[in-house]
Design a protein around this ligand. Structure first.
Ligand code: ZN
Length: 287
């Protein structure tokens, strides 16, 4: 009929076929692993990857973390050319490194550099759990130690975001040595009275939780982050005791004095700016 030509709405609704539904490009929608609600990825990204229903914090890549923390266009990367070796000739290690480099477009599991946050200069380190689970090998340890040294030399506060499965088993004892190396570099920073803020994100475990990430002058964590040294099962078997449900969460650690604050990602940048501001004005006062 003629009037149908002028109808704004289509006469027939199109129902996407099962095939078409499957063809929806991956990544447009995302499901929250905590509460199961489904939302647009773009909306989620606008909310800094925090679920609007339950406040679950999705993990962030290092570039994403830098983008939401550092002032726009104000990040200068350190040591981007450091590459891991395969000192123990561990089977398939080189291959896995190569795959992770392609997947993440990073060279290692931590990005370090300097920039400004709310106008305050700082040295910044961000671990990326997509790269070998954010494990700490020689290069990760070296980059963190060098960043701490830069902070000590320049007198800029050091802010380090952890996200790690712990030591990197493919580098054996060399990986464990990074715990001592990073801790020693932070001790130097401490002696120079330069502020170190550790931000623990989900997950921060093993050798990373047992070294630099617990050594902040201020230790902050994101809500519900898993933080601990050994896994629940290993501890339960060792101590032969049932552990509390919320054991190893940020909130549990806050309650027991291991953390100074649990801060939602939506307020984290402002909190850091406030800390940097207080620190700077406090220091000016003392000089
Ligand atoms: Zn949720």
């Amino acid at each position: 009929m003629l009037k149908d030509l002028f109808r704004k709405q289509k006469k027939y609704a199109t129902i996407p076929s099962e095939q078409a539904k499957r063809d929806i490009p991956e990544g447009i929608m995302q499901k929250c692993p905590s509460c199961g609600s489904i939302g647009f990825t773009k909306e989620l990204e606008k909310n800094l990857k925090v679920c609007k229903s339950c406040e679950y914090h999705f993990s962030l890549s290092a570039p994403e973390r830098i983008r939401i923390t550092v002032d726009e266009g104000c990040f200068f990367e350190y040591d981007s050319d450091l590459l891991s070796e395969d000192p123990l000739s561990f089977p398939n290690y080189r291959n896995k490194l190569k795959q992770d480099m392609e997947k993440t477009e990073l060279k290692e599991a931590v990005v370090t550099g300097e920039g400004t946050i709310g106008g305050f200069p700082a040295v910044i380190g961000v671990m990326d759990s997509r790269f070998r689970m954010g494990s700490m090998g020689s290069v990760v340890g070296e980059k963190i130690a060098r960043a701490a040294r830069q902070a000590a030399t320049k007198g800029y506060p050091f802010i380090l975001f952890s996200a790690s499965g712990g030591a990197r088993m493919q580098e054996g004892v060399l990986s464990l040595m990074q715990m001592a190396k990073t801790s020693a570099a932070l001790e130097q920073l401490h002696r120079k009275r330069v502020l170190f803020v550790s931000v623990l994100t989900n997950p921060t475990t093993g050798g990373v939780s047992a070294s630099f990430s617990s050594l902040g002058d201020i230790n902050i964590a994101e809500p519900q982050a898993l933080i601990g040294f050994a896994g629940r099962r290993v501890i339960e078997q060792t101590v032969r005791e049932k552990l509390p449900e919320d054991f190893q969460t940020a909130e549990f650690l806050l309650k027991h004095g291991q953390l100074d604050q649990v801060v939602s990602r939506l307020e984290l940048r402002d909190t850091l700016i406030q800390i940097l501001d207080l620190h700077l004005s406090g220091r000016d006062h003392n000089e």
